[in-house]
Design a protein around this ligand. Structure first.
Ligand SMILES: *[C@@H]1O[C@H](CO)[C@@H](O)[C@H](O)[C@H]1NC(C)=O
Ligand SMILES: *[C@@H]1O[C@H](CO)[C@@H](O)[C@H](O)[C@H]1NC(C)=O
Length: 301
């Protein structure tokens, strides 16, 4: 018994030293009980370190999404902290429907994730001026919400197959219900608003905020049957309004055959404030482009 205990604690230390994703047991999980998993870069990297929050899809988990994406390995190679929040709900989705989560410090999942960033800055050597989020599906919806609700925390965000921030709002949904609220009309691509309305919805998530807004990179497949394709254009309408941009420069077959890239505002695909990628014929699982995310975040060249 004692031998086994000693052995497992040795394994735990060794695992941490290799920079594997580890559950942060003393993160209090407030206000909504999400678990925090994280990996810190090797000691050879001088801090403070950029922070990338990677948010999983429904039926997903922190460990599962870490296995399907390359942010942990890239964090080890490029010197950034990764945080993988873990959903508390049975179906593994994040709450992007309640008024609580759609409000700055409103007591929802978005606030719990912002608290993970705070923890990483205070206890893991994170750099509060270089905080980013990337997510898939439910995690993409959450990343859009984080951009809207915590523009003071996140500098840039990359979303794979999501919906506009606030599109999933469900009347009466609570921050603690399981499963979280689900908005069929939005998922089905039937919730269409003007750019001004989408922009107002974001501005109302943090009334009075007048600082810089996060830069946005948005991926969507035209054959998405889960969060349908009209949500791509609705996201571009929302963020072009929030960021005060219009008239994108479009390039077909970029960076892949069948993909169309739209750059809004000044700069190239790595530096512009808003960049969209429409993937022709691709379904709900747009392949993760981790290297493009890091370049867009300014972590790599
Ligand atoms: C908006 O700007 C004013 C003046 O700079 C500042 O006092 C105020 O705190 C800002 N509001 C928010 C919510 O950041
Ligand atoms: C460029 O792409 C955007 C986003 O899909 C679209 O709204 C816009 O109409 C396109 N512009 C042109 C000139 O095709």
């Amino acid at each position: 018994m004692r031998f086994i205990e000693a052995f497992s604690s040795l394994v735990a230390v060794a695992t941490l030293a290799q920079g594997q994703l580890t559950r942060i047991n003393d993160f209090p999980g407030t206000p909504t009980r999400l678990q925090m998993w994280a990996a810190v870069p090797p000691k050879s990297f001088q801090g403070p370190h950029p922070i990338v929050v990677a948010v999983h899809h429904c039926q997903g988990s922190a460990q599962g999404y870490a296995g399907n994406t390359r942010y942990v390995q890239l964090g080890q190679q490029n010197g950034f902290i990764v945080i993988y929040p873990n959903s508390k709900s049975g179906g593994g989705c994040f709450d992007v429907a309640s008024q609580a989560t759609l409000t700055h410090n409103g007591g929802g999942d978005s606030q719990t994730i912002a608290n993970m960033v705070k923890y990483a800055i205070e206890k893991l050597g994170g750099d509060g001026s270089r905080v980013f989020s990337a997510g898939t599906s439910s995690g993409a919806m959450m990343s859009n919400v984080l951009a809207g609700v915590y523009p003071d925390v996140f500098k840039a965000v990359s979303v794979y197959s999501g919906v506009p921030a606030g599109c999933f709002a469900v009347q009466g949904a609570t921050a603690t219900q399981d499963p979280p609220g689900w908005a069929n009309n939005c998922a089905n691509g039937q919730l269409i608003k003007t750019a001004q309305q989408w922009g107002d919805q974001v501005r109302n998530m943090y009334p009075g905020y007048n600082g810089t807004r996060p830069r946005m990179q948005i991926f969507h497949g035209t054959a998405d049957n889960t969060l349908r394709y009209p949500n791509y254009n609705e996201q571009l309408k929302q963020w072009s309004n929030v960021l005060g941009l219009s008239n994108p420069r479009n390039s077909t077959n970029t960076p892949k055959s069948g993909w169309t890239r739209s750059i809004y505002g000044e700069g190239n695909e790595k530096t512009a404030p808003l960049v969209g990628y429409s993937a022709n014929g691709v379904g709900h699982s747009v392949p993760q482009q981790e290297a493009m995310d890091l370049a867009f975040f300014g972590i790599t060249n």
